[in-house]
Ligand binder design. Structure first.
Ligand SMILES: CC(C)(COP(=O)(O)OP(=O)(O)OC[C@H]1O[C@@H](n2cnc3c(N)ncnc32)[C@H](O)[C@@H]1OP(=O)(O)O)[C@@H](O)C(=O)NCCC(=O)NCCS
Length: 145
């Protein structure tokens, strides 16, 4: 299953079902940055349906002392396709793509139970844990390139 560049409209359904299960609205999973020309969405399809995706866009985090920073967001894998390495492939590809666009640092907010998973890609957690409404406890993570 190959990784493709997708438009935001193609991934809203998966984002909603994975990140806000049971929610009818899409408001929580439609970001203003989806229209950001610096951004990109990577996805994997099966039978014409997106089953894994990740989004990245340029975004300066004042905690990080680097000029060109990218943020990763909304990593989502359909429940039926988990533990097959799809998220790993998407993260690795997104890191490469950000670097090719000049990223000097990559950051995101992570669900705290996934800290060890993200450590494997060289991301380090920092700062306080915090609650995201309609979701769970999160923490900021970053990787300096
Ligand atoms: C987290 C998620 C993206 C992982 O997708 P995936 O394709 O199954 O990931 P991979 O197969 O590449 O890697 C799996 C590894 O992730 C880690 N992992 C996945 N879910 C985990 C969880 N709930 N708790 C702790 N570790 C977890 C484990 O190390 C796991 O290894 P294993 O397969 O040997 O058990 C997927 O479970 C998902 O979409 N979850 C809901 C949305 C979410 O949490 N997104 C991230 C927001 S920060």
């Amino acid at each position: 299953m190959e990784i493709k560049f997708l438009e935001a409209k193609d991934i809203y359904l998966l984002r909603r079902d994975v990140l806000r299960p049971g929610m009818k609205e899409f408001t929580d999973v439609m970001f203003k940055e989806d229209a950001d020309p610096t951004g990109f969405n990577l996805g994997i399809e099966s039978d014409g349906r997106v089953i894994a995706c990740i989004t990245a866009f340029k975004s300066s985090n004042p905690d990080i002392d680097k000029k060109v920073q990218y943020r990763l967001r909304a990593l989502s894998v359909d429940e039926k396709f988990r533990h097959k390495g799809l998220a790993t492939r998407l993260i690795e590809r997104a890191i490469k793509e950000c670097i090719s666009r000049g990223a000097e640092a990559i950051w995101f907010t992570a669900r705290v139970h996934l800290i060890n998973f993200y450590n494997k890609f060289g991301f380090k957690e920092y700062g306080e844990h915090f609650l995201i409404p309609n979701s769970c406890m999160h923490v900021k993570m970053h990787k300096i390139i």
